[in-house]
Design a protein around this ligand. Structure first.
Ligand code: SER
Length: 325
């Protein structure tokens, strides 16, 4: 990886992957492309930034050729709850965006990272210890675009020899950028409520257990996979990766240990509850561990401690025990 393009650079993952890649490969070698959100001055000033709608194939090609891009982290995507609300738009952005990326990568021989998700699984999937290779059959538009994306990336690899790689991310928790429109967003919102001294009404039921990951581990996963020895990769698209598995009740209890008096109620949103119930509770990520050395640094207590520290700078919290970079 020498010249990298990141689509969705102002989004949930991109806002943190962009500075991490700039630290690693040098600011001028990382082109950040975002759609709507105005970038932080930090993001726009530390290297090239451009506006891009990934549905615009010509604009995408112009950026890739003008900057001599050899690797694309294609993060632009609609999340699960928004995709259920706007299924046509979700198909357009998630599928046609990926198609454009793969086509420009095919003609310029770029490597491609594509983030899939626990959303690529469905109600027929074994929810515990979910195997790497199993029934997927998602019943949401988000999941349909993710499973189709996995298949399309594999197709471009076997048919055209393109270096495509991806992971199935669980719910991601970040202190820096809010997710927006996902089913797992509660696990971020809850921290903001707790630190503001507010009561939190959770839209998932108390015992809805899902796979989760702290953002530093998600960033590390993307970079490690793209730097891994290609000869060792058997699965490519896409690897199960997880770091922790908890329900809202567990997270609330851990936060209460640091924020006494924090209160939570459960006012279930049927749309997001149904989506969550169709997803794995805990994935088996042994293929990622075996094939490219995946290993998360943060468990749930470490993540809670670090989130509270990052969001409040509170003396008593102290930095987390994890050492992800
Ligand atoms: N966090 C995502 C969502 O809730 C899942 O990949 O949509």
């Amino acid at each position: 990886m020498k010249k990298i393009l990141i689509t969705g650079a102002t989004g949930q993952i991109g806002s943190e992957l962009t500075p991490a890649l700039r630290d690693r490969y040098g600011g001028t070698n990382i082109v950040a492309a975002g759609y709507r959100r105005v970038p932080d001055p930090e993001l726009a000033e530390a290297g090239p930034f451009c506006r891009l709608d990934v549905r615009d194939a010509a604009a995408l090609r112009e950026i890739v050729t003008a900057h001599g891009i050899d690797t694309i982290f294609h993060l632009a995507s609609l999340l699960s709850a928004v995709a259920e609300d706007k299924p046509q738009l979700a198909w357009d952005v998630n599928m046609n965006g990926l198609w454009n990326v793969l086509e420009v990568a095919r003609s310029t021989n770029c490597s491609v990272f594509f983030p899939s998700s626990i959303g690529a699984f469905g109600p027929l999937t074994p929810p515990d210890n979910t195997p790497q290779d199993t029934i997927q059959h998602p019943n949401t538009m988000y999941g349909i675009t993710k499973v189709s994306g996995e298949l399309l990336c594999d197709y471009y690899h076997t048919k055209f020899g393109l270096d495509t790689r991806g992971v199935r991310y669980p719910g991601l928790i970040s202190s820096k950028t809010p997710p927006g429109g996902g089913t797992t967003d509660y696990a971020v919102e809850i921290f903001h409520a707790a630190l503001a001294g507010r009561h939190y009404d959770c839209y998932l039921a108390a015992d809805t257990r899902l796979d989760m990951m702290y953002m530093p581990d998600a960033i590390q996963a993307a970079i490690s996979l793209m730097e891994a020895d290609a000869a060792k990769l058997v699965h490519r698209n896409a690897y199960n990766v997880t770091a922790m598995s908890f329900a809202p009740r567990d997270l609330a209890a851990e936060i209460s240990r640091h924020v006494p008096g924090f209160t939570i109620d459960y006012r279930v949103d049927p749309l997001r509850q149904a989506i969550a119930e169709s997803w794995p509770r805990h994935m088996d990520d042994s293929a990622a561990r075996r094939e490219w050395g995946w290993r998360p640094a943060y468990d749930m207590p470490d993540m809670v401690q670090d989130m509270l520290f990052q969001l409040s700078g509170a003396e008593e919290a102290g930095p987390g025990a994890g050492h992800a970079t």
